[in-house]
Design a protein around this ligand. Structure first.
Ligand code: ATP
Length: 343
């Protein structure tokens, strides 16, 4: 482990306490008495329709916008009690447009905050290398010497994340960070960021208008509705299976049953399906009734199982362990009872 990794500061919770923002000249608050606790190390997605107050909520945390009333705390420190510039150094901020300086090299962009903090040149160089590696860019290539315009959109976004992490902030704010990427790059960068989050555990508030991205990325989702009111704050599974009101139900979409299937691994359904179907001992090849059923690994999603089964026109799938031995079966009835329970 490098010196910098040992140096990681502990994550800090973010607490919105009746946080309200009324912009001058506006009749309605952009954010209305928001109460929300993001636990230390947690990744929470903030979603909602355009104008719901998502960006305002983020900019209140780093004081690019000031609260009208209420409070926001990082751990036990009220942000109002801190110097705004010092506060921003405690917070990594990633935005859709990356905010990279076009006339500075990638190394200079990433090293900017450490330089302002007065780190010596060697320490900055090591940190830049470490961060490029961390975000999946090979530091030995000439990437550090290139300018942002010489990188792809996905690479620029990775650099934006590296720069936000440069001074080991305990908190990350991310505003539609992957919104400008094409779908394939976006999926890659999402996967990489999730792995990175598990590795470094920064408290992260992540804004997206895309409910599918939120379901994939977060342990809990906060849904804001017009007027900046919190509609629901819960796990993806709870939001999909028990939307708090009509607004949330409409926002998550008519296919929430299918979305819920994508959260569930088929292996975790085996105990339930055994009692539901009486096929606990299903072993695929040895049971002629199941011989024609497609086989699926236990860690695949229930949604993938449904697709397989529909394509094969069978009544179920055989679930296998890592070594392709059958460990049970899941039927169409099992799958539709999960998807259907939310419709
Ligand atoms: N500087 C400002 N002055 C006045 N009103 C503002 C200002 N910034 C934002 N608003 C208003 O506050 C409300 C919330 O805006 P905000 O940008 O926080 O929403 P959002 O959920 O992030 O929207 P989007 O998804 O479109 O980015 C909107 O009605 C917006 O018009």
């Amino acid at each position: 482990m490098t010196e910098q990794s040992n140096d990681l500061r502990t994550a800090s919770s973010i607490i919105f306490d009746q946080a309200t923002k009324l912009y001058p000249g506006q009749a309605q608050p952009a954010l209305d008495a928001l109460n929300l606790i993001v636990d230390a190390g947690e990744l929470v997605c903030l979603v909602g329709p355009s104008g719901g107050g998502k960006t305002t909520a983020l900019m209140l945390v780093n004081r690019l916008v000031e609260l009208s009333s209420g409070d926001i705390r990082l751990g036990d420190k009220s942000i109002g009690s801190l110097d705004a510039i010092a506060l921003r150094r405690e917070i990594g901020y990633v935005i859709q447009q990356t905010g990279l300086f076009p006339h500075m090299t990638i190394a200079e962009n990433i090293g900017l905050v450490p330089q302002i903090l007065g780190w010596d040149k060697n320490k900055i160089r090591n940190r830049v290398h470490e961060l490029l590696e961390l975000v999946g860019l090979t530091p030995t290539a000439d990437i550090a010497k290139r300018y942002p315009g010489q990188l792809s959109g996905g690479q620029q976004q990775r650099v934006g994340i590296a720069r936000a992490l440069a001074a080991n902030p305990p908190v990350m704010l991310m505003d539609e960070p992957f919104g400008a990427l094409d779908p394939i790059t976006r999926t890659h960068v999402q996967d990489e960021f999730l792995a990175l989050h598990h590795e470094i555990g920064k408290t992260t508030l992540f804004v997206t208008h895309d409910i599918d991205e939120a379901i994939k990325m977060s342990g809990r989702i906060a849904i804001l509705k017009p007027g900046g009111k919190l509609a629901q704050y819960d796990t993806p599974d709870a939001i999909l299976s028990r939307p708090a009101d009509d607004f949330v139900e409409k926002f998550v979409g008519a296919d929430r049953g299918l979305k819920r299937l994508s959260l569930i691994q088929v292996g975790s359904m085996l105990a339930d399906s055994a009692s539901a179907t009486g096929q606990a001992s299903a072993t695929g090849q040895s049971d002629p009734g199941l011989a024609g059923w497609p086989r699926i690994q236990h860690d695949a999603s229930a949604r993938t199982a449904l697709s397989l089964l529909l394509a094969a026109e069978t009544d179920g799938v055989v679930v296998t362990d890592g070594g392709d031995s059958a460990i049970g079966a899941v039927t169409l009835k099992d799958l539709t009872s999960i998807a259907g329970s939310t419709v």
